[in-house]
Design a protein around this ligand. Structure first.
Ligand code: BEZ
Length: 235
């Protein structure tokens, strides 16, 4: 860990800050232990709170979908190990919410009682809370680079379909060398990068790609089928 300041904000395109920590699944070295995998590091304000419980149940239920996308989930809050363990046990044994019950959280939940990791990742945002982390989500690629960051306030639960859509989108961007339009989902048309930014420029100018659809000179798309997108996910 390099700093203890709260004004540090890691940015998209930067290397994910390194840390060692105790978790509910034993000690971890982040992100080194998960090299070659996608990582989602996400914070929640506090154990034994309702919004956080609803989020953990949702993420826990979807965990196998993220595993299939070669993605390791890692949670973090400024609570201690005993609190984490007791809260996860309560979720599994007692909470029946929206048809979800017996939800077992198998991914690591980081103990950050000193707030060192939360500060390192810009998760302490004093205008919202000085004593707990906001709801942050860091998407970190297999080369350990930060690719997307989301911040939500304490009172608003995250949309986990959107978190999965972002992960699938990033994997699609990397694999096909394309950009993705608003609300993109697998099977929707993708955006061919503008002329000059990659090899497609020449192809476009020569009209070689029959599947290209240009709305104007700066806005061209092409189809990639859902099956083609899905066949590369998690690689
Ligand atoms: C919650 O998870 O319910 C929560 C946590 C901190 C502040 C407000 C709500």
């Amino acid at each position: 860990m390099e700093t203890n300041q709260i004004n540090v904000m890691p940015r998209i395109g930067e290397a994910a800050p390194q840390f060692q920590a105790v978790t509910t699944q034993g000690p971890i070295n982040f992100p080194t232990d998960y090299q070659g995998k996608w990582k989602i590091l996400f914070s929640h304000p506090a154990d034994f709170t309702p919004v956080c419980t609803s989020e953990f149940m949702t993420f826990g239920k979807m965990a196998s979908e993220f595993e299939a996308l070669n993605c390791q989930l890692v949670g973090i809050s400024v609570d201690g190990l005993h609190s984490h363990i007791a809260w996860l046990r309560t979720i599994k044994e007692k909470i029946d919410w929206k048809g979800m019950k017996n939800v077992e959280i198998k991914f690591p939940l980081v103990v950050d009682i000193t707030m060192e990791v939360a500060k390192l990742y810009g998760m302490i945002q004093p205008g919202e809370s000085t004593t707990s982390a906001v709801r942050a989500v860091f998407f970190i690629d297999p080369a350990d680079k930060i690719r997307t960051i989301m911040y939500y306030p304490l009172s608003l639960g995250r949309n986990f379909d959107e978190i999965k859509r972002v992960l699938i989108g990033l994997q699609t961007v990397d694999h096909f060398g394309v950009a993705l339009p608003a609300d993109w989902r697998p099977g929707d048309e993708v955006i061919v990068p503008p002329a000059g930014s990659c090899g497609v420029a020449k192809e476009r100018m020569e009209g070689a790609d029959q599947q290209l659809h240009c709305y104007d000179w700066f806005f061209c798309t092409k189809p990639i089928s859902k099956e083609e997108v899905e066949s590369q996910l998690g690689k």
